[in-house]
Design a binder for this molecule. Structure first.
Ligand SMILES: C[S@@+](CC[C@H](N)C(=O)[O-])C[C@H]1O[C@@H](n2cnc3c(N)ncnc32)[C@H](O)[C@@H]1O
Length: 346
């Protein structure tokens, strides 16, 4: 398990130069490894059509603020239409972006400006003409919101019930390692939460056990931030206070995670649609990525592959607002209404 067991680029969090290597790869390799947000943009002069020229309503255009943001080449509606058209081609579902589209639309707007394109229609034409632009759009569509201890009730049930039961059973078999995977780990908030929970919440009760944690994400820029391990205080607000004080001892607005909480985590750059670590895992966190943004057929494919990477009785955690696709995937609920499932079919 871990870096050796999986295809993809591995970053050890304590190794800043490795993080830089991932970043450099993302800039030079192209394809899914490309991170256009870190690519210098060509600044074009605005070639906006006059207001209303697109024939669509004008939300967000025409007011004073809009004069300041005159260079914004897309209305919200144009962006929505672009996403509705493009998402299926990326095996994504537009509905997942509905509530969080602001972040994505802003990025696409910046991309249009960088390319000197006047509107969403011109961007569609660019996509049709240049297949490599789809990789750029794909990367622009990644929603990056995360925080420590997100969905606190899930971490509480893991800490008090589900993981102690798993550790008891490991111990009874003479095993000492809990293997876990955070899929779509953003800047490390989720895997580091698990690392802190394990060390401060579980190790004192189960001395001698260890956590081996793989964390994967498609986005090299986020993985570089994860490797750095420093966060605005707002990202820590749900973490139990005593743990936050232990894990982030430094002063300032952007404290850094203490080294002992980083050691358990191996970061991998992988696209969940095509790559996964081998496993098997006792615990997989796949929250606010596949079951929000992926198209239903892809959700089913990914779910089958996730389940195949769980040990018998292994746990799958999804996001608080997500549900699993219909069908028998060999899972049962493991924590009442909370989005935690256990593998049953083995
Ligand atoms: C909304 S964040 C969720 C982060 C964390 N799991 C949580 O719930 O707080 C979604 C993450 O999934 C990543 N992501 C999106 N598409 C992906 C893909 N195809 N493969 C791997 N990671 C992906 C994004 O880069 C982003 O970091």
């Amino acid at each position: 398990m871990g870096s050796g067991a999986a295809a993809g680029v591995c970053v050890q969090p304590a190794d800043a130069s490795a993080a830089e290597r991932v970043r450099a790869l993302s800039l030079f390799k192209g394809g899914f490894l490309r991170d256009p947000r870190t690519t210098p943009e060509r600044h074009a002069t605005s070639r906006l059509p006059p207001p209303g020229a697109s024939g669509l309503p004008l939300p967000g255009r025409g007011g004073r603020a809009d004069i300041q943001e005159e260079a914004d080449p897309m209305t919200d509606r144009e962006c929505v239409e672009l996403l509705q058209w493009a998402a299926p081609r990326l095996r994504l579902r537009w509905e997942g972006f509905r509530r969080v589209r602001g972040q994505v639309c802003k990025r696409i707007g910046r991309r249009l400006k960088a390319l000197g394109l006047p509107d969403a229609g011109a961007y569609r034409a660019r996509l049709e003409a240049e297949p490599s632009e789809w990789d750029v759009l794909d990367a622009l569509c990644r929603v990056t919101i995360s925080r420590f201890y997100r969905d606190a009730r899930v971490f509480e049930v893991l800490r008090h019930d589900l993981l102690p039961a798993r550790l008891e059973s490991l111990r009874s078999r003479g095993e000492a390692t809990l293997r876990a995977w955070s899929a779509g780990c953003a800047s490390g908030e989720e895997p580091y939460t698990l690392s802190v929970l394990f060390q401060l919440g579980l190790e004192p009760r189960f001395p001698g056990v260890r956590l081996a944690l793989v964390a994967s994400d498609a986005d090299a820029g986020l993985l570089a931030r994860a490797a750095r391990g420093c966060y605005p205080r707002g990202a820590l607000r749900e973490l139990p206070r005593a743990w936050a004080e232990r894990a982030f001892p430094g002063p300032g607005d952007e404290p850094c995670l203490a080294p002992e909480f980083r050691r358990a985590v191996d970061f991998l750059q992988q696209d969940l649609r095509s790559q996964m670590p081998d496993g098997p895992f006792h615990l997989v966190l796949c929250r606010n990525v596949a079951f929000t943004y992926f198209a239903p057929p892809l959700q089913r494919e990914v779910l089958s592959r996730l389940v195949a990477r769980l040990v018998p009785g292994g746990l799958l955690v999804i996001g608080g607002h997500e549900s699993l696709p219909e069908g028998d995937f060999g899972l049962t609920r493991a924590a009442g209404p909370l989005p935690v499932f256990a593998r049953t079919d083995v």
